[in-house]
Write a protein that binds this ligand. Structure first.
Ligand code: ACO
Ligand code: KIV
Length: 528
């Protein structure tokens, strides 16, 4: 679903993608990677088609040096970059780490803004200029491909910034990167700054200008696009937008903005967009940082539709509520999630897909049951619809009669009393590594259902005296994944209700499977 290119328009300008997931991304608190993990990620980045991979900061650790060497040994096609301060020892460490790289790039940086000069570096303008020229020249003695970055460039006096960049170009820099280190700039400023620098700095037209934007105000992607409008031909970004503080420009968002709005920007990248989601998921697993569900392009909800009006539109024409195809970024398909906001169109569509052709009156009745079910659970899945159609969704299931949890001894303990589907009382107790662990163990013993917990979250809903605790569980029961929600004034009780909500659904599914098996066995017996 790209913008149609108007007749007579020339081919899009190629934008280089400089991926810094393994350097700036890794600076995200809690996202350090081992050299082996970096190799795995670098392979995925190469398959994605990035032009440059920044593998680390060799002067900072043996781990970064080893990662740079291992990646250089394996990946011959992309340019491999490493970062150094404007210090001779840093540059030598970087040069050694890239000795065997097929396409090495030395990336050197120095701060240029008044705040950084005065308080951080304690250097005068003249010293910054001198260090710039010296470090770029030193890097050029090792390699032909040298990138120079003006840290905090967007908060630097324009004339001085131009002077520093001029010194770097004169000393041999081939790429000039102007970072918005603090994510402070706005798109208009960014566009104007790049246009000004490219227009005024001697030699600027002979090098590639690059943007490196941070997301402190949520503007990293917008600022990178504005830099392209101002003349930048390289963008530095990270997978999932990880990076210092609020992160960097998210690669998947920038790449898809250029693809979807190609006619506006007249630019595109060489990224294989179908690999965006798998690469995002790989990084998420490697660093243990889940992608927020509503994240553009790669979030689980990016192509999910729950509200009735949207689902109705989607069923008529997917272009009503999607500007790109999920398959183009690596998702199998769009998702229609049935929940409290869904209407009859999506509900009946899903029922038809499950093989139920209902008359209008039957549909109205089933829809009323569905809406009632949505008051108790956030998401209604196919197995819930099946239960609804078989009239057993409101089956009594297990109900919580009472519970006590204590965390005083060496191990926490829990006692639960439930009423079973036939109204009989069942009481069980269990020990656990904490009150919730003990509670779930007691519930499991009472219901004979084994659930493997995958995620458990509690939060408060409402405010003041009306506030209630809500527990959300994601579990596996055998091969099936379930999500359940419970709400109560007490978060531990809310957790028990969420657990029972899932257990009752799992039991209904088990019952249905047993029924089907018995029917199959009876049919098989009859045919013999
Ligand atoms: C915006 C960015 O993303 S910049 C990159 C950030 N990445 C990193 O910091 C990589 C990981 N860092 C590290 O492992 C360590 O900070 C090291 C090894 C680089 C340095 O450690 P240390 O020598 O203990 O110094 P420390 O980190 O405390 O302070 C940084 C020093 O670098 C200096 N410095 C910072 N940037 C530059 C630069 N571009 N050029 C020259 N010197 C610089 C600072 O002025 C300070 O010097 P000082 O110790 O003489 O005051
Ligand atoms: C050193 C540069 C490239 C940087 O990471 C920044 O300024 O944010």
């Amino acid at each position: 679903m790209n913008d149609p290119t108007p007749a007579g328009v020339v081919a899009p300008t190629p934008i280089r993608i400089f991926d810094t997931t393994l350097r700036d991304g890794e600076q995200s608190p809690g996202c350090s990677m081992t050299p082996q993990q970096k190799v795995v990620m670098a392979r995925a980045l190469a398959e994605l088609g990035v032009d440059v991979i920044e593998t680390g900061f060799p002067a900072s650790s043996e781990s970064d040096r080893e990662a740079a060497r291992l990646i250089a040994r394996e990946l011959r096609a992309p340019t491999l970059a490493v970062l150094s301060r404007c210090l001779p020892a840093d540059i030598e460490a970087s040069a050694r780490a890239l000795e065997i790289a097929a396409n090495p790039r030395l990336h050197v940086f120095i701060s240029t803004s008044p705040l950084h000069r005065e308080h951080k570096l304690r250097m005068s303008k003249a010293q910054v200029l001198e260090a710039t020229a010296a470090c770029v020249a030193q890097a050029r003695r090792h390699v032909d491909d040298v990138e120079f970055s003006t840290e905090d460039g967007t908060r630097t006096e324009r004339e001085f910034l131009a002077e520093v960049i001029g010194a770097a170009i004169a000393a041999g820099a081939t790429t000039i990167n102007v970072p918005d280190t603090l994510g402070y700039t706005t798109p208009d400023e960014m566009r104007a700054l790049f246009a000004f620098l490219i227009e005024t700095v001697p030699g600027a037209r002979g090098v590639v200008f690059s943007a490196h934007c941070h997301d402190d105000l949520g503007l990293a992607v917008a600022n990178s696009l504005a830099a392209i409008e101002g003349g930048a031909r390289q963008v530095e970004c990270t997978v999932n937008g990880i990076g210092e503080r609020a992160g960097n420009c998210a690669m998947e968002e920038l790449v898809m903005a250029l693809k979807v709005r190609g006619a506006w920007y007249g630019a595109d990248t060489g990224i294989d967009t179908r690999r965006l989601v798998p690469t995002s998921q790989l990084l998420s697993r490697l660093v243990g940082m889940p992608v927020q569900r509503n994240k553009a392009v790669v979030g689980a909800n990016a192509f999910a539709h729950e509200s009735g009006i949207h689902q109705h539109g989607m069923l008529r024409h997917r272009g009503t509520y999607e500007i790109m195809h999920p398959e183009d970024v690596g998702w199998p398909d769009s998702k229609m999630v049935l929940g409290r906001h869904s209407g009859r169109a999506a509900f009946s569509h899903r029922l038809r897909a499950l093989g139920y052709a209902l008359e209008d009156a039957q549909l109205e009745q089933a829809f009323a049951g569905f809406k009632a079910l949505c008051e108790r659970q956030r998401v209604v899945e196919d197995r819930d619809l099946e239960a609804l159609m078989h009239g057993d969704v409101n089956g009594e299931g297990f109900r919580l009669a009472s519970m006590t949890v204590s965390d005083r001894g060496q191990r926490a303990s829990a006692q639960v009393e439930l009423s079973d589907p036939d109204g009989r009382r069942v009481a069980e107790s269990a020990l656990g590594d904490g009150p919730v662990d003990a509670l779930f163990a007691a519930l499991s013993a009472a219901t004979d259902v084994e659930l493997t917990l995958e995620s458990y979250q509690v939060h408060s809903v409402g405010i003041g005296a009306d506030a209630r605790g809500e527990a959300n569980l994601s579990v596996r029961c055998g091969d099936t994944a379930y999500e359940g929600t419970g709400t109560s004034r007490d978060v531990i009780e809310a957790s028990a209700l969420a657990w029972l909500d899932i257990a009752n659904r799992a039991l209904r599914a088990r019952g249905k499977r047993n029924e089907e098996r018995e029917t199959r066995e009876k049919l098989a017996a009859l045919s013999h």
